[in-house]
Ligand binder design. Structure first.
Ligand SMILES: N[C@@H](CCC(=O)N[C@@H](CS)C(=O)NCC(=O)O)C(=O)O
Length: 327
């Protein structure tokens, strides 16, 4: 049985998981093999002990093969202690330059341009789950697509040196490669950022990916990774070992310079969170306004401590204090 060979922490596989009560984490009863956008179903109950990696389109592989060669070089970057006081001028400058490099992707929701209110990006019944790490350029292009599609998604950070979420990816997909997407609405799990982006746009936007989103990763997708020099890449050695009982929630959009700095911290702390994308024109702007009194991102809600914060410096200091083993 599939559910036998998948044995990640129980939390991630049980409906209405006790330690993640509001999440839509459910058992995967089916798997589908993705080949470009062609989807074929794999019997959930097949007795495979060694599931094959999912197939991917040769097109998206050739687009990213250059980057795949560079990806191991990520190991050369190692961020300093993320909890130390930072030079905010440098932080904001490097993140803003990263934003410039990735303009216009991941900033604006396509919601306004969708005339059909049914198609217009509404959250699917069950939240998508993305296993990623902030510094990875392939994960970035998927998050950019999700911001444009105005999707809320459960993010499971998999920084280098971490185990918890990485183990789940290995068991569900067969290998440690990021990004990895689970879509419980369609019983789909996928590797390959290019395929994921195309799938998301087709399913949740009913159109092709925005012009240049995929292609530009090759040219500027690495810029934030380099400029942010190791941030959002590796697990902080003083991060708390267990996840908090309830998921944190972050209002953000991919290319916001301040939100990027907060996502890096969530990643380095391996904290799962619900990412509410609120790009320009987002259907969620009014919700954010109601909750925070402003439309500014980032905005963090932590139901574990009943905390709501809206300033990136305060959020960083809160996160590193609250979720450190030293606390
Ligand atoms: N062609 C893949 C490449 C993905 C990839 O190489 N991801 C790197 C991170 S940038 C990875 O998973 N490395 C393994 C690791 O971090 O353990 C895609 O487009 O998704």
């Amino acid at each position: 049985m599939l559910l036998t060979w998948i044995s990640p922490p129980p939390c991630y596989l049980h409906e209405k998981c006790s330690s993640f009560p509001n999440s839509q984490l459910t058992c995967f009863t089916k798997r589908k093999r993705i080949s470009s956008l062609g989807v074929s179903r794999i019997n959930a109950n097949s007795k495979s002990d060694n599931p094959e990696p999912y197939a991917s389109s040769s097109e998206s592989q050739s687009n990213t093969s250059f980057l795949s060669v560079l990806c191991p070089l990520l190991k050369l970057f190692s961020g300093s202690d993320p909890s130390q006081d930072r030079n905010n001028l440098v932080e904001v400058a490097t993140s803003s330059l990263s934003t410039l490099a990735r303009l216009p992707w991941g900033s604006r929701s396509i919601y306004e341009s969708l005339h059909d209110p049914v198609i217009a990006a509404k959250d699917p019944p069950m939240r998508l789950r993305l296993f990623e790490f902030e510094a990875c350029p392939f994960c970035r292009r998927v998050r950019e697509a999700m911001a444009e599609l105005d999707l809320s998604v459960e993010v499971y950070p998999c920084p280098k040196g971490s185990i918890r979420h990485r183990e789940i990816v290995k068991q569900l997909g067969g290998k440690e490669q990021y990004p990895f997407l689970l879509d419980p609405n369609n019983g789909v799990s996928m590797y390959e950022s290019g395929d994921i982006v195309k799938y998301l746009f087709q399913k949740y936007g009913q159109r092709s990916p925005s012009i240049g989103l995929l292609e530009s990763t090759l040219f500027t997708g690495w810029v934030p990774t380099i400029l942010r020099a190791g941030r959002g890449m590796s697990l902080w050695d003083k991060a708390r070992k267990d996840p908090p009982p309830k998921a944190l929630e972050l209002f953000s959009y991919e290319n916001n310079p301040y939100a990027r700095i907060v996502r890096e911290a969530l990643c380095e702390l391996e904290l799962p969170y619900i990412l509410h994308n609120v790009g320009k024109g987002s259907i969620r702007s009014n919700l954010l306004l109601q909750i925070s009194g402003s439309k500014e991102v980032p905005y963090l809600v932590d139901p574990n401590t009943d905390t709501k914060l809206g300033d990136y410096e305060k959020i960083l200091s809160y996160l590193f204090q609250t979720y450190s083993t030293l606390a």
